[in-house]
Design a binder for this molecule. Structure first.
Ligand SMILES: *[C@@H]1O[C@H](CO)[C@@H](O)[C@H](O)[C@H]1NC(C)=O
Ligand SMILES: *[C@@H]1O[C@H](CO)[C@@H](O)[C@H](O)[C@H]1NC(C)=O
Ligand SMILES: *[C@@H]1O[C@H](CO)[C@@H](O)[C@H](O)[C@H]1NC(C)=O
Ligand SMILES: *[C@@H]1O[C@H](CO)[C@@H](O)[C@H](O)[C@H]1NC(C)=O
Ligand SMILES: *[C@@H]1O[C@H](CO)[C@@H](O)[C@H](O)[C@H]1NC(C)=O
Length: 177
């Protein structure tokens, strides 16, 4: 009796484990969006620098500057030719004194006719912007992204050093369990 009840418990535990593994595997999601810093757009600019880096004993890395963004997110690299899927709303802070490192704190707020309309993702992490690939944590989400956690990898696809305009590809890997 004791043996059969403990083997039942063991079998039930295996079932629960299998179900959890299957659920976790089903709920892996990847998405890719293109993020556009529009600095030179005049009234259509999506970037507002709200605090300058100190000029006295200034660092070469702009340490102390704060920039607020409401950047378009598109499904392709070309801002004008691609579909708008949402906006990156938040800020970045030049937080590296000796090396360029931006502290990114932003929400990807999805809109439009796609499946993510009304959902959002929260991204918070260090962005050493001169590196080819920067990895940042995804710390949460809403709507279809409830309980999201994961990471994103950002790669600069285009940068105009004269204007500061930039297009960055974000590859986002999520688990929703
Ligand atoms: C701002 O956007 C409007 C609407 O898309 C456009 O007509 C206008 O030319 C843009 N202005 C600039 C300075 O880019
Ligand atoms: C700038 O740095 C110099 C040398 O370290 C120091 O003497 C001076 O007080 C600093 N100035 C300010 C405003 O922090
Ligand atoms: C982006 O799309 C616009 C409009 O479709 C086009 O004129 C422009 O050449 C494209 N830019 C690039 C870099 O492909
Ligand atoms: C997106 O969702 C909002 C409500 O959350 C709805 O009002 C709107 O019509 C939706 N947009 C599209 C294009 O489906
Ligand atoms: C950068 O922007 C300047 C000013 O608008 C423009 O003249 C130049 O062609 C742009 N360079 C690139 C690589 O897009």
């Amino acid at each position: 009796m004791a043996a059969s009840s403990s083997s039942f418990v063991f079998a039930a535990a295996l079932l629960v484990l299998a179900a959890a593994t299957a659920a976790q595997a089903q709920r892996e999601t990847k998405l890719r969006v293109f993020w556009h810093d529009v600095v030179s757009g005049g009234p259509n600019s999506t970037v507002a620098q709200v605090a300058e880096a100190p000029t006295t004993n200034a660092s070469a890395t702009g340490f102390g500057a704060v920039v607020v963004i409401d950047d378009p997110l598109t499904d392709g690299p070309n801002l004008t030719a691609s579909r708008l899927v949402g906006r990156a709303q938040g800020m970045y802070v030049a937080a590296g004194k000796d090396a360029l490192s931006l502290m990114m704190a932003m929400n990807f707020v999805f809109a439009g006719d796609g499946p993510y309309n009304g959902s959002s993702l929260a991204i918070l992490g260090a962005n050493p912007a001169e590196r080819a690939v920067r990895e940042m944590p995804v710390v949460g989400g809403t709507g279809v992204f409830r309980f999201a956690r994961g990471y994103c990898q950002a790669t600069t696809r285009w940068f105009n050093a004269t204007t500061g305009d930039a297009t960055v590809e974000y590859n986002i890997h999520l688990r929703l369990d």
